[in-house]
Design a protein around this ligand. Structure first.
Ligand code: FAD
Ligand code: UDP
Length: 372
């Protein structure tokens, strides 16, 4: 036995919030992390004075005052507003789908004209009930033209399957707006932490009661950990925890290709999506634009993001929340209920397409239930 009260598996946002809350309740915690750094997928690293988002663009957004106040304990946020552009066959379009996009595509000037055009295009769908999949949802929201140019190619690259076979909720993440407003989110609060995300997790874990061990994989000693610790918080893959006994859950992986260029400014925006099917990557991010051009003069850093099939051993960046996969997850969640001394949480532990604010919320709920 150990003197610790908790073992936290994974030093991502879920594990870090839980460990932080436990230490505030005078509990002793060991955090193990298989990567060589903390912060999970929100990890950022400074290169040439630029905060590089090592695992893809991360923009914090929430409408929940409590979550916003919580995260502001650990960093000061800038006023960054995400306004990605879409590049389709050499032409640039504004995102999310708004009057700028409609005007660029069809020359319309008013909401009435845009709505009329979308209505004309969506008539081909002949929908009777609610949209049953991403394709129907997209066409019903913005019509066939935007679906073909800005959605279908991107979506099918991103997920490695047809839009017809994907759940509708994925496209509802994006706002559709009849104003000239390129803000990608509808939330009250949005920004990028000045100095990067890693400090947030480091500060959460900075307690005499918390020991952090990086480069340590839970599965190298699973049985031993279960014997040693009275309680475990597990934020890795739930199917792996159960040795895939009911079958594998589906994930999507990514490859990041980062390049340093000797120019001040490469693409003039933090995020440019490549929405055609032919370009193998989905987006290029130029990190300095998250912090309004900060960094060394004459240098910039860009990252191309390539989606790829997930196989055991790859990073499982996205759960693929189809009905079939969610049903399998439910079967694992039923097994998890019998593991009385383990709490499963986070994007991988709960198999949910969670954003950062949702992970913080979920970790705070779990911590309160456990500690109060
Ligand atoms: P993770 O960050 O994955 O942390 C889990 C940790 O557990 C990892 O460090 C992993 O190495 C470790 N681990 C797993 N298994 C083991 C094991 N066996 N032993 C030891 N350690 C283990 N959210 C937003 O709000 N805004 C965005 O703009 C945004 N953009 C994103 C872009 C991309 C490309 C991706 C992939 C995600 C994005 N997100 C965004 C989501 C955000 O990354 C997640 O919500 C959040 O990081 C999830 O935290 P987590 O702790 O659940 O998981
Ligand atoms: N999407 C799209 N075209 C775009 C951007 C997004 O079709 O230019 C779709 C795509 O299916 C994507 C989903 O909207 O998976 C959600 O986009 P989001 O930007 O939220 O994805 P994330 O940043 O989580 O990868």
């Amino acid at each position: 036995m150990t003197k610790d009260d908790y073992l936290v598996v994974g030093a991502g946002l879920f594990g870090a919030v839980f460990a932080h809350e436990a230490a505030l309740h005078h509990k002793r915690v060991t955090v193990i992390e298989k990567r060589d750094h903390v912060a999970g997928n929100i990890y950022t690293k400074e290169i040439d004075g630029i905060q590089v988002h090592q695992y893809g663009a991360h923009i914090f957004h929430t409408s929940d005052q409590e979550i916003w106040d919580y995260v502001n304990q650990f960093a000061t946020f800038n006023r960054y507003t995400n306004s990605p552009l879409a590049s389709y066959q050499g032409k640039m379009y504004n995102l999310p789908f708004n009057m700028n996009t409609f005007s660029e595509l069809w020359g319309v000037r008013t909401q009435a004209e845009a709505k009329q055009e979308i209505e004309r295009q969506r008539a081909s769908l002949q929908l009777t009930g609610a949209p049953r999949n991403l394709e129907e949802q997209a066409i019903s929201l913005v019509g066939t033209d935007i679906y073909e140019k800005l959605i279908k190619g991107y979506t099918e690259k991103q997920w490695g399957q047809q839009a017809k076979d994907l759940p509708a909720f994925i496209i509802r993440r994006l706002p559709v707006r009849y104003t000239f407003d390129n803000n990608y989110f509808n939330d009250t609060y949005q920004g990028i932490p000045i100095g990067g995300y890693t400090q947030i997790v480091e500060k959460m874990l900075a307690s005499d009661l918390i020991t952090v061990e990086t480069g340590v994989d839970f599965f190298d000693n699973q049985a031993q950990y279960l014997k040693t610790y009275p309680k475990i918080i597990f934020s890795g893959m739930i199917d792996q925890y159960f040795n895939y006994q009911l079958g594998e859950l589906a994930y999507r992986s990514l490859k990041f290709e980062t390049e340093e260029l000797n120019v001040d400014n490469y693409q003039g925006n933090a995020v440019v999506n490549y929405t055609d099917a032919a370009t193998p990557f989905t987006r290029i991010i130029e990190h300095k634009h998250f912090e309004f051009g900060q960094g060394d003069a004459g240098k910039t850093i860009i990252t191309r993001e390539y989606p790829k099939a997930w196989q055991r051993g790859d990073e499982p960046y996205y759960p693929i929340n189809t009905v079939k996969n969610n049903d399998l997850y439910k079967a694992y969640a039923a097994l998890a209920k019998n593991e009385k001394n383990v709490i499963f949480g986070g994007r991988l532990g709960q198999y949910r397409y969670f954003d950062m604010h949702q992970v913080i919320h979920s970790a705070l709920v779990a911590a309160r239930k456990e500690l109060e």
